[in-house]
Design a protein. Structure first.
Length: 151
């Protein structure tokens, strides 16, 4: 059930971003529309997979090792909820604190909490992702995004 909730949240978030992109110039709106469509298709596929696994007949061997009915631990739910809250906060904070502050913070918080990589790799990833997104939106799409805090 948790996978379905996450997939539905992804669909809602994709629809929100596609709605926000409706006011962009036509060329600039293509990327959010494409990404939103991909996220929606993947989320629907994830929902279909969960439903298919729950509806298909099970054998004794599959029941013993499936692991699909194990309860979700609260730490995983808290991490997912925290990450979802962080995404929403990021989307609204760009206009206040600017892209060049909000994006590295948005990337650094989960990397610091979850520690999936070392500090050198984390800093490299943060700088690279920030630079690539900046390049796409500012140089390639010629969009004016708030780079610095609004004073």
């Amino acid at each position: 059930m948790g996978q379905i909730v996450v997939a539905l949240a992804a669909i809602a978030l994709a629809l929100f971003f596609r709605n926000e992109a409706a006011s962009y110039p036509p060329t600039a709106a293509k990327l959010p529309d494409l990404l939103g469509a991909v996220v929606i298709v993947l989320a629907v596929m994830a929902i279909a997979k969960v439903v298919w696994y729950r509806l298909r007949p099970r054998t004794a061997v599959a029941d013993a090792g499936s692991g699909t009915d194990t309860p979700t631990d609260t730490r995983s739910l808290a991490i997912g909820a925290g990450f979802l809250a962080l995404i929403v906060l990021y989307a609204f904070s760009i206009t206040w604190i600017g892209y060049l502050i909000a994006t590295p913070l948005f990337l650094a918080i989960p990397l610091a909490v979850l520690r999936p990589v070392g500090p050198v790799a984390a800093v490299s990833a943060i700088v690279s992702v920030t630079a690539v997104i900046f390049g796409v939106f500012v140089w390639f799409l010629n969009l004016s995004i708030p780079l610095y805090p609004a004073l």
